[in-house]
Structures are given as C-alpha cells and as structure tokens.
Ligand binder design. Structure first.
Ligand SMILES: NC(=O)c1ccc[n+]([C@@H]2O[C@H](COP(=O)([O-])OP(=O)(O)OC[C@H]3O[C@@H](n4cnc5c(N)ncnc54)[C@H](O)[C@@H]3O)[C@@H](O)[C@H]2O)c1
Ligand SMILES: O=C(O)C(=O)C[C@@H](O)[C@H](O)[C@H](O)COP(=O)(O)O
Ligand SMILES: [Zn+2]
Length: 353
C-alpha cells in the first residue's frame, strides 16, 4: 500500500506536519460552499501552516462536478501562481476529492495534492485509491485519471455537521465493502443502525472499511481486473444516479449504490445462485434505511442506455460485478437486456414501487 493514509482525531496537526515535512512553498485549499462554511473555520483555527493558504470555493453538489468548476479551479491555480511544488488540499466530500484530484493530476501535468475527506463516503471510499474525475454529458465520472493523493487524512471530527442523509450515503459504500469482503464484515454492518451510530468512537470500523478498498487497489490500481469488485452496485447505481440528475431530482451517490446493489444482487440471484434469503435481508435493510427509488418500466430503455456507457464495458455487452454469495466475487459478468429488465422488475417489487 503506497498511498499514505492517516486516521486521526487531530487533522490540523496531521496536515501541519505534512506541510512541514514536504516543504511546499504555497498551499491552496479546495472547498465547496458547505465545507467552506462548516469545516474550513475549524481547521483554520487549529492549523499554523494553513494561515496563508489560498482558498478556492466551488458550488456544492454533484451537478457541479463538471468542466465549468474544473476550469474555475485551473484558473484560480494559475492566477494564484501555483507551481509544481505547490500543494492542493481537497477539503470536502467525494465531489471535491474527485474533482480536486483531477485538477491536481492535470494542472501543469500534476501537482501535489492531499485529500482531507469531510463526508463518511469520501473517507471510506472516494478519497483513497486514485480514481479522480468529473461528470460529462450526463455520465458519471466520464472524464478523469488514475492519480493517488500524496496523502489522505481521515478524521471523524468533520462528521459533526454532516446531515444524516450523507452518513447513510457513506454507509452504503461500507455495506458494499462488506458484501465483497465476506460474511464477518458484512454481518457487523447489516446488524447496525447507521442513524444511531456514534462516529466519534467508530474510527476503527471506518479503518476496517477503508482497508478493504486499499487491499484491492494495491493488487490492481488501474482496474484491469479485481478492482472491478469495488464497482459492485455501480453499473446500475450510476444509471440511477445519472437518470435522477437528468430528471432534476439528484440523489446522493451512496443511495444510488445501495439501490444498485439490490438490483445487482437480484441479477446475482438470477444468474449465479446468490442466496435469495440474503437478497431479501439486504433489500429490507436498504428499503428501511434509504426508502425506494421510484421509476416505471417506461424508464427501462433510458436506464439500459446509461448502463451501456459503464466504464467496465469493452463491447456492446453490459459488464457487471456480481456475487455468488457474500464475499464470493465474480467480475466481468455480462447479462442480457431481458435479465436486466427482470432484475429491475424485481427491484421495484422489493422496494414496494
Ligand atoms: N473516486 C472514488 O473512488 C469515488 C468513490 C465513491 C464515490 N465517488 C464520488 O464521490 C461523490 C460523492 O461524494 P459525497 O457523497 O461525499 O458527496 P459530496 O461531496 O457532494 O458531499 C455531500 C454533501 O455534503 C456536504 N458536506 C461535505 N462535508 C460536509 C460536512 N463535514 N458538514 C456538512 N456538510 C458537508 C457537501 O457540500 C454536499 O452538499 C460522487 O461524485 C461519487 O461519484 C468517488
Ligand atoms: O474505487 C473504485 O474502483 C470504485 O469503483 C469505487 C466506487 O465506489 C466509486 O464510485 C468510483 O468512482 C466508481 O468509478 P467508475 O469507474 O465506475 O466511475
Ligand atoms: Zn461509489
């Protein structure tokens, strides 16, 4: 595992130490409107090294993980005199770590960047592993690069101001890590009520989840094979997310992944014999925690067209990561459109739509 990941309850001390050790002459901090309001003042009040940092703030929300915001960041770096020795700190959720990571990977062909995730989702998933990018033409993460942050500083202190919806969103990626890692990790998560979680005391559960991802990324950093396991729930989840964005009612990424996992476990049942009682238990947990995603069979062609743009596809067939059982991963599964439509029908039944 090459990327440095720090778990700490004193993030200001960690970033100050990083800046002192790296000797970066100029620091930029990327925030969105919400992290500028809720998180930046906390870190600035405790840090010595960030006093002269230049703050770049973009609009919040995944609809703004786009070329206009990226261009704004490049402009601010250029006008602020950023050089290859400068440091960019991405202080925010996955929208900021993805887009800031891509800005860091591309500005002057690459400057140093550090991710300081402020949502549960970015802490357990987006900030680590080097997938950076932006949405483009209505498709999720359509343009980007693999480039790991020089360091990731993870702290639950940032979660104090996080709406419960965002905690639930991050928990969906933890459930995904549980499903691919195996029964022990999965059982601990599925028997837990995320809404009553005390994150101050959960740094160790978080670390366990991050390490599921890090083990896989270390084995296959550029997603030539087993990294596709981390994409469980995303072929259909990203289709739901793009569909929702296109119809002007965006949903949090983790919700899309939760619903995508239910549909892809349904496909796993239909084609690989994934135990149906396990599917029902998972679907009930997701329905109780996230509610339903509502659509009709008239939306199927649009959803399937979106799935044809999944980055795992290498031909006209749609590529899925499925499971034979919890922890038993099958990558590169292809399913025909009739099976996908059946899975969408069953998903709507399971979600009482
Ligand atoms: N690169 C990867 O491996 C990877 C993995 C998973 C998800 N992602 C991407 O991450 C994005 C989703 O990330 P997200 O769920 O963190 O969304 P987000 O970054 O949009 O944050 C969600 C909301 O919470 C606000 N927020 C952030 N931190 C806060 C805090 N501490 N207090 C109060 N409000 C706060 C944000 O302003 C935003 O409104 C998607 O674009 C997804 O595609 C990438
Ligand atoms: O790190 C990975 O690999 C993942 O697939 C993690 C996903 O949770 C994440 O949403 C990722 O951004 C999806 O990537 P994409 O290649 O399907 O756009
Ligand atoms: Zn994801």
């Amino acid at each position: 595992m090459s990327q440095k990941v720090y778990f700490t309850n004193s993030p200001a001390i960690a970033i100050d130490r990083y800046i002192t050790d790296s000797g970066s002459p100029k620091t930029f901090i990327l925030t969105d409107e919400n992290t500028a309001e809720h998180v930046l003042p906390v870190i600035l009040s405790e840090s010595r090294q960030l006093r002269d940092a230049e703050v770049i703030t973009v609009k919040a929300g995944d609809v703004n993980k786009n070329i206009d915001s990226l261009s704004y960041i490049w402009n601010r770096l250029q006008n602020g005199g950023a050089t290859r020795k400068s440091l960019l700190i991405n202080l925010g959720g996955g929208m900021i770590t993805d887009m800031g990571g891509f800005a860091g990977a591309t500005f002057k062909r690459g400057i140093n960047f550090v991710n300081m995730p402020t949502t549960l989702l970015s802490a357990v998933d987006a900030a680590v592993g080097g997938k950076t990018g932006i949405n483009f033409n209505g498709l999720k993460n359509e343009v980007g690069a693999f480039k790991e942050a020089d360091a990731v500083i993870i702290s639950t202190v940032f979660f104090k101001t996080l709406p419960v919806e965002e905690l639930k969103s991050g928990y969906a990626e933890m459930l995904k890590h549980g499903l691919i890692d195996g029964k022990d990790t999965y059982r601990r998560l599925i028997n837990h009520n995320v809404e009553s979680a005390d994150w101050d005391n959960l740094l160790d559960i978080l670390e366990e989840s991050v390490n599921v991802k890090r083990r896989i990324v270390t084995e296959d950093p550029l997603e030539h094979g087993i990294r596709r396991a981390l994409n469980l729930g995303h072929t259909i989840g990203h289709a739901f997310e793009s569909h929702a964005m296109k119809h002007n009612s965006p949903i949090p990424h983790g919700y899309a992944v939760a619903w995508g996992c239910v549909t892809e476990l349904t496909l796993s049942c239909l084609s690989l014999g994934f135990p149906s009682e396990e599917l029902h238990r998972f679907a009930t947990y997701i329905y109780d925690t996230y509610g339903p995603y509502t659509f009709t069979c008239d939306d199927y062609p649009e959803l399937i067209e979106l799935m044809h743009h999944d980055k795992k596809n290498t031909s006209s067939e749609i590529n899925f990561t499925l499971l034979k059982d919890v922890g038993k991963i099958e990558i590169d599964c292809t399913c025909n459109e009739d099976d996908i439509k059946s899975a969408l029908d069953i998903f709507r039944d399971l979600m009482h739509v």
